[in-house]
Design a protein around this ligand. Structure first.
Ligand code: F3S
Length: 754
């Protein structure tokens, strides 16, 4: 029986649920008589109700994921919210990973010490809450979330969500792993099913086998080039074909990781021998054996239908270099130098950066070191600066023991902390002044303008770690290691041989320093550490429940004109440091939205004082006066990210309803979760009838029911008149309970108390 096998060696009591998946799939197939893709098997095997009739791209599914992973930046608000549900522990195994808040400057050890000091209160909060609520906690220095998940938690056939876009990395071990916002993570941690629109499935058939300088990274660089940054939206990318066997498990993870760059829900690979090797070498032979027995559910059915099909022949796949400024601008290595000249991109390479969650496997480090060793043998070192980010403490310790690290250092590399570092802009870069035009190349996944060093003129290119290493040695991005020559210490020309290296350490992994904190067996006694004077963290107070009265005379706070994304509602950048402090971050509420009354951002008229002020200031004043307020908006309000702060902030500052022409769906759901009424005009032209100083009443809230229209009475301040409009809402019965309770978490709490 599978139920004796643990999902992870670190969680001996949480077992694989292969039997449950199998039973659900059998039921599902009773009314879906067609072959299924692998992604479908995994997803439908986690349905709350396997009798759901599913149409890809249409049906909203309610799913029960196996686990949750969070990084330290997004975990703060998620954990704060989870705490307000009043549950003793998370409903599914959950882990927190401290990787995003460490700035790269002087090298691993020193940078880590600085980060531990600066972020002390955040780390303490996350550590104590993890201990209390049964979550695994990975301390700063332990490594990057996706690498740690692959090493310890991912398993074939599993379904997980993670509060980070590159969660799909676990697809390299055959898991459906999806990046989500904090609100979704809170749901799953609180036992609420997770909602996902049934994805379309893009098939990528791989034939042939990788050789020479080509690597798994080049597969995804090529796929990104074909599909572009939008091409995977709403879809899962599923790889298959005879070429799969030529990819290592960590290589498959690289491909899935960077699938986030084409907007895909996730990417994944079928269960195969290379996954078995990886599971064996990371102490999980029992899972490998179970998966072997369960294999029929870990590969696609013959003749499964893909909505779109791509074929890539690995025999002829060249290395790719993508960029600058976008990951889908692909250049085959042989054409890259031409493009550099034609576009006048800086040919001199300033810095090469390898590692990150995308490309820091033992294989990546070994192959990069094999290139570096060739330079050392000829008596030369790297012309450009060179940094190495190990993905985990285990990788760091193992490449230190096995010598790759020494080689990379000798050639000029600086080993950074086991963390995101320059990949998320945590890089105190000093070699080039801000604003100067320059080129860098990384083995990371994302290269949007300014991402690494906040310099809009840094041309960031993305390639495999072995190509990055070769170009860094040359100090020139137009160098083609397959055809061009380097000069040795005596002035003689030489060519690099293609990289080589072990996929997995023959002596096994060295775990390195122990950086894992398990959940406490006596969680109830642990005190969660939040300093009441902190500017970065604040415990959440539950929102007030509905008072059973109609909402009358709500003041329009702002009538937003045109685009209003979650960035307009809750700006990122410098505000991110307050993401664990609702009151402080609320000072960015709607400051990017354009006020239709004056065409300006962050300037609205306070109807009581007659003064124009910032949106959050006016909202706070209304709240103090006990005046409810409403926002009026345009089409697709709240598009962009799943950031839950965009719903928490208006709720915190006294907002009761958001009335728009249409919503972006995730934001609409987030509003419902926080007890705000999301309303849409029945007649979109009514938007023009309302002005920014009107007052609005909602009539008949007591009869709020699924699908039922509501009537609003608008008191026009300018004309002194009153008129009625009809509005729609999409709350189901459960969501109406959230509204009544004041929020979804309040509702859970009161249900539990019953
Ligand atoms: Fe971190 Fe960059 Fe990956 S930010 S999680 S290393 S994409």
């Amino acid at each position: 029986s599978f139920s004796t096998v643990s999902m992870s060696p670190l969680e001996p009591n949480k077992k694989l649920n292969y039997e449950g998946i199998d039973a659900k799939l059998k039921q599902f197939r009773l009314h879906h008589n067609k072959p299924l893709t692998l992604a479908e098997k995994i997803i439908y095997g986690h349905l709350e109700d396997p009798s759901t009739k599913v149409e890809r791209g249409v049906t909203y599914l309610k799913l029960h994921p196996d686990r949750v992973a969070m990084q330290d930046a997004t975990a703060q608000m998620a954990v704060l919210q989870f705490m307000s549900a009043g549950l003793p522990e998370t409903a599914v195994p959950t882990t927190i990973h401290c990787d995003h808040l460490i700035e790269a400057f002087k090298g691993g050890e020193k940078d880590l010490a600085v980060a531990k000091d600066i972020n002390k209160e955040v780390y303490n909060f996350l550590a104590t809450s993890a201990e209390k609520f049964g979550m695994g906690f990975w301390k700063p220095g332990s490594g990057i979330i996706h690498q740690i998940v692959l090493e310890n938690y991912a398993f074939p056939g599993g379904l997980m969500i993670g509060t980070d876009s590159h969660t799909p990395n676990a697809g390299g071990l055959g898991m459906v792993a999806v990046g989500v916002g904090g609100a979704d993570a809170v749901d799953v941690m609180a036992g609420i099913p997770w909602e996902l629109k049934a994805p379309k499935i893009i098939g990528v058939k791989l034939t042939g086998s990788l050789k020479g300088w080509s690597s798994p990274k080049d597969v995804i660089l090529r796929v990104a080039d074909i599909l572009t940054v939008k091409g995977g939206t709403g879809a899962i990318v599923e790889y298959f074909g005879s070429g799969v066997e030529s990819l290592s498990c960590t290589g498959m993870a690289t491909i899935c990781n960077m699938g986030a760059e084409i907007g895909a829900t996730t990417s994944l690979f079928p269960f195969n021998k290379r996954m078995v090797d990886y599971l064996n070498s990371t102490g999980r032979s029992n899972i490998a054996n179970a998966a072997n027995t369960f294999k029929h559910n870990l590969v696609a059915d013959p003749n499964a239908h893909y909505d779109h099909l791509i074929e890539i022949n690995l025999d002829t796949l060249e290395p790719y270099i993508n960029g600058p400024f976008t990951p889908d601008l692909g250049h085959p290595l042989s054409k890259f130098a031409e493009s550099v000249k034609a576009n006048n991109w800086p040919a001199e390479l300033k810095v090469g950066l390898i590692g990150s969650c995308t490309n820091s496997s033992y294989e990546d480090m070994s192959r990069s070191a094999s290139v570096a060793q060739q330079a050392l043998d000829k008596g030369i070192t790297a012309k450009a600066k060179f940094t190495i980010t190990p993905g985990s403490e285990q990788i760091r310790a193992t490449i230190e023991r096995d010598g790759q690290m020494k080689v990379l250092e000798k050639v000029g590399g600086v080993v950074l902390a086991n963390a995101c570092g320059p990949c998320i802009g945590q890089w105190k870069r000093e070699d080039v002044p801000k604003g100067e035009k320059n080129s860098i190349i990384t083995s990371y996944n994302r290269n949007f303008t300014g991402r690494n060093d906040s310099n809009v003129n840094t041309h960031a290119f993305v390639a495999s770690p072995e190509i990055v290493t070769a170009l860094t040695i040359a100090g020139d991005i137009t160098f083609n290691p397959m055809t061009d020559y380097l000069t040795d210490k005596d002035g003689n020309k030489f060519k690099l041989n293609p990289p080589s290296g072990e996929e997995l350490p023959s002596r096994g992994f060295d775990a390195g320093e122990n950086t894992y904190q398990p959940p406490s067996p006596n969680g109830q006694n642990v005190k969660v550490d939040v300093d009441p004077n902190s500017s970065r963290l604040q415990l959440l107070q539950p929102f007030a429940p509905w008072d059973k009265k109609d909402l009358t005379d709500m003041q329009v706070l702002i009538k937003v004109q045109g685009k209003c994304t979650t960035d307009h509602i809750s700006m990122a950048g410098p505000w991110l440091k307050y993401r664990g402090h609702l009151d402080n971050i609320s000072n960015n509420m709607l400051i990017g939205a354009i006020n239709s009354e004056n065409g300006k951002a962050n300037a609205v008229l306070n109807q009581f004082t007659g003064e124009v002020g910032p949106v959050p200031t006016v909202a706070r004043d209304y709240k103090k006066r006990g005046v409810n307020w409403i926002v009026v908006g345009d089409e697709n309000y709240g598009e962009g990210s799943s950031r839950e702060h965009a719903a928490l902030e208006p709720r915190h500052l006294g907002g009761k309803a958001i009335l728009v022409k249409s919503f972006a769906r995730i934001h609409e759901t987030n509003l419902k979760k926080q007890g705000i009424l999301p309303l849409t005009f029945d007649n979109p032209a009514d938007y023009d009838k309302i002005s920014g100083d009107d007052r609005i009443s909602i009539i008949g809230l007591k009869d709020l029911a699924p699908g039922k229209q509501l009537t609003l009475i608008v008191k026009s301040a300018k004309q002194g008149s009153e008129f009625e409009i009809k509005v729609n809402q999409t709350m189901n019965a459960g969501q109406i309970e959230w509204f009544k309770a004041g929020s979804a978490l309040n509702h859970i709490k009161s249900e539990k108390a019953k």
